[in-house]
Ligand binder design. Sequence first.
Ligand SMILES: NCc1[nH]cc(CCC(=O)O)c1CC(=O)O
Length: 321
Amino acid sequence: MPDPIRVGTRGSVLARTQAGTVRDALIAAGHPAELVIISTSGDKSMSPVEKIGVGVFTAELREAIRDDRVDVAVHSFKDLPTAAEPGLTIAAVPPRADARDALVARDGMTLGELPPGARVGTSAPRRVAQLRALGLGLDVQPLRGNLERRLGRIDAGELDAVILARAGLDRTDRTGLITETIDPLQMLPAPAQGALAVECRSGDEALVALVRRLDDPDTHAAVAAERAVLARLEAGCTAPVGALAEVVDSTGPDGAPVLELSVRAAAAAEDGGVVLRASRVGPVADAETLGRAIADELLARGAADLMAGTPGGAPESGVPG
Ligand SMILES: NCc1[nH]cc(CCC(=O)O)c1CC(=O)O
């Protein structure tokens, strides 16, 4: 019996659940595997992510791979900075969960039913901007902490609603709390939201090859396009940038059915006064080129000035899950 593959994860319920799916897939592929929990300073701190800095949830997991305390690390892909990490390889992007944002509100309310002045918790500048742009007169309040703590703010009567990634709620069996899954037309999710990144040491060739079997090519292409938008806009994931790519059925020049990648993105001023949107459809193999072209269009239309002053480089909205 070979040594179990050590699968590194943060300690939150969501992180352990996500990493558990990777451990189970490795076991199903015939390889013993176990979770190793790495506690990160992002989990211990309650200060705004904008202050505690870049990749706070992912950097310490990466250290654990480098130090050979774990063999693979499972990240929420949207928390990974866009810069490549020397010596490490994202060997698999497993099938994505629902990429959309979700509203959890008291009394079963949807966004449109919340009265003006209702207190809605979210700290991600992307969500704040797109929420304000809806013009509903909501009172947007800062929100941090793990999923349990965030949801608790409604029960405590401190907030009327919170906005969270639907994937985090689905994966922790809380789908029933969702009062509205927010249409991407109203709010584009963060690049790579709902997707996982499974990372290994590049030199571990046999392990990289094994982990690659967990890869979902459609999700991988979609996430590549979304992150190309983000990278080109030189905005960290705290910036007000949303992007969503989907593999869709289309018709080729010869009339035969083909699959294409449909990519949409938005860049917003944090006060929600302006939201720029752009989209492209093209070959799945051109994912990154499509993403870059969208970013270039947004830049040509003034996205850089729009987002100026927003802190770059840090993960999205606080302690995940
Ligand atoms: N910003 C933190 C974060 N990172 C990943 C998730 C949820 C899972 C995912 O989107 O993959 C969350 C929580 C949230 O945004 O509500």
